[in-house]
Design a protein around this ligand. Structure first.
Ligand code: F0G
Length: 439
């Protein structure tokens, strides 16, 4: 616990950017669910069985088997985390001038697509941009937007479709099985592969089980495998669903692409049987995959997120509806209607929340969206959000209660809130390191 004056000083010193706080100054850390989950006894036991051979570690083969069994892809290239896989995939498939359609951007994914010379085009259903709209599958692809885009730019200029499930920037919203199947059919009619961002695909499978006709009696593991069967490969940040502190992979069904990826990984990550991970990390991830698809685990995990979300809804705090799989997203535009988006309302709200009681959240709005590559102007995303992200197997309901009380407290004092101005802007992924001053 820190005092209010200590927190006011800490957030000022951090340039009003929660990424720049020291973790020891944070009381409840809801910055991210990435690498922050607790490993089980079974995973820790696996850490003791690390085979740290440079090549052909037995832990790699355990990992490969787990991915083949639960995700269903033929080939596996390990990477140090998700963006390592995104880098290799983008480098292999994108030619300068290409267009990559996706169901809403993700920061690192779009960055790698752009660095390879592509333009990202958002083809998510329009309802995803409305925080209040309640739809069971707000992460779905707008199929007519996709077919119009294919007609406009030509299938030969679309190297792949970037399908994320769940959709982080839309509020952790899922994609339905029917939509994934339809995207796959449409893409394959035009010879375009579908590449899944599988980072939170287990949470997505849980929502399908809960919400989609015909899936209530199926296990999350069965649903996950069927979902992946409508894609040609995936990038994965193992730091989320797979319950590890570090790790990721690129999975592919195509033999030639796999050979190219396993060659490229040697240049950027490490040999194709470790890809930037220690043997023990691969063992922990192989075991984490098995635990992650357990129906009881995933129900408890998403249930805790919903518990926090419904407390805030009961208090009339504006949040993205329905509540997502990994986080509750505060709607900063509705929270602070008196602040212009160029005054960074979500960034300001995350700072006030920290000052109130030491809860650390993250901006997901205009700062995260960055600038247009061509014009240099700020993107102005419809969603200006603060994400309260729940690590897996870490916090209790009491922590959720305290968080809800703090958010409600900040909401009651919303009229006096001030905006921010950006005083330092890094070139890439600015939200991580940008600095601000209070207006
Ligand atoms: N895709 C999604 C949907 C993600 O949420 C992330 C990371 C990545 C890819 C990149 O993976 O971090 O392992 O390189 N998201 C974290 C977050 C950082 O806080 O949402 P990575």
């Amino acid at each position: 616990m820190t005092s209010p004056s200590e927190r006011a000083q800490a957030i000022r010193a951090a340039g009003y950017n929660t990424f720049l706080l020291r973790s020891e100054d944070v009381y409840i850390d809801l910055l991210t669910d990435s690498g922050t989950s607790a490993m089980s006894d079974y995973q820790w036991a696996g850490m003791m069985l690390g085979d740290e051979a440079y090549a052909g570690s037995r832990n790699f083969y355990h990992l490969q088997e787990a991915i083949q069994e639960y995700y269903g892809y033929r080939h596996v290239v390990p990477t140090h985390q998700g963006r390592g896989a995104e880098h290799i995939l983008s480098k292999m498939l994108i030619n300068p001038g290409d267009t990559v359609p996706g169901n809403m951007y993700f920061t690192t994914t779009r960055m790698h697509q752009e660095l390879s010379g592509a333009t990202f085009v958002d083809i998510i259903v329009p309802e995803a941009h409305d925080p209040r709209c309640e739809l069971p599958f707000k992460g779905n692809v707008d199929l007519s937007a996709l077919s119009n885009l294919i007609a406009r730019v030509g299938a030969e200029h679309i190297p792949y479709i970037s399908l994320a499930a769940t959709v982080n920037m839309a509020g952790g919203q899922p994609v339905s099985m029917a939509n994934a199947r339809a995207v796959y059919d449409l893409a394959h009619q035009h010879g375009i592969p579908v590449m899944l961002d599988a980072t939170r695909a287990v949470e997505n499978a849980y929502f399908i089980q809960q919400r989609e006709d015909g899936y209530a009696a199926k296990s999350v593991a069965q649903i996950l495998k069927e979902f992946c069967s409508y894609t040609d490969g995936c990038t994965m940040s193992g730091k989320k669903d797979a319950l590890v502190n570090i790790g990721g992979w690129l999975a592919l069904n195509d033999q030639d692409l796999y050979e190219e990826a396993s060659n490229l990984v040697v240049v950027y990550e490490g040999l194709h049987t470790y890809g930037g991970m220690a043997g023990r990390d691969m063992e922990a991830m192989a075991r984490g995959i098995v635990e992650s698809v357990g129906d009881e685990h995933i129900r408890a995990r998403v249930g805790q997120v919903e518990y926090l979300g419904h407390k805030l809804i009961e208090a009339d705090v504006p949040v993205v509806r329905p509540i997502g799989g990994h986080a509750v997203y505060l709607d900063a535009k509705a929270f602070y209607p008196h602040l212009d988006q160029e005054q960074f309302p979500a960034q300001a709200l995350a700072a006030y929340l920290y000052e109130d009681c030491g809860v650390r959240a993250m901006e997901r709005g205009i700062v995260s969206a960055g600038r247009d590559r061509e014009t240099g102007e700020n993107h102005h995303p419809a969603l200006e959000l603060v994400r309260l992200t729940i690590p897996r197997r870490v916090y209790t309901q009491a922590h959720m209660d305290l968080t809800a009380e703090s958010v409600i407290d900040v909401y009651e004092r919303r009229a006096s809130a001030k905006g921010l101005k950006m005083v330092y802007e890094p070139r890439y992924l600015r939200f991580f390191q940008a600095r601000f001053e209070r207006l």
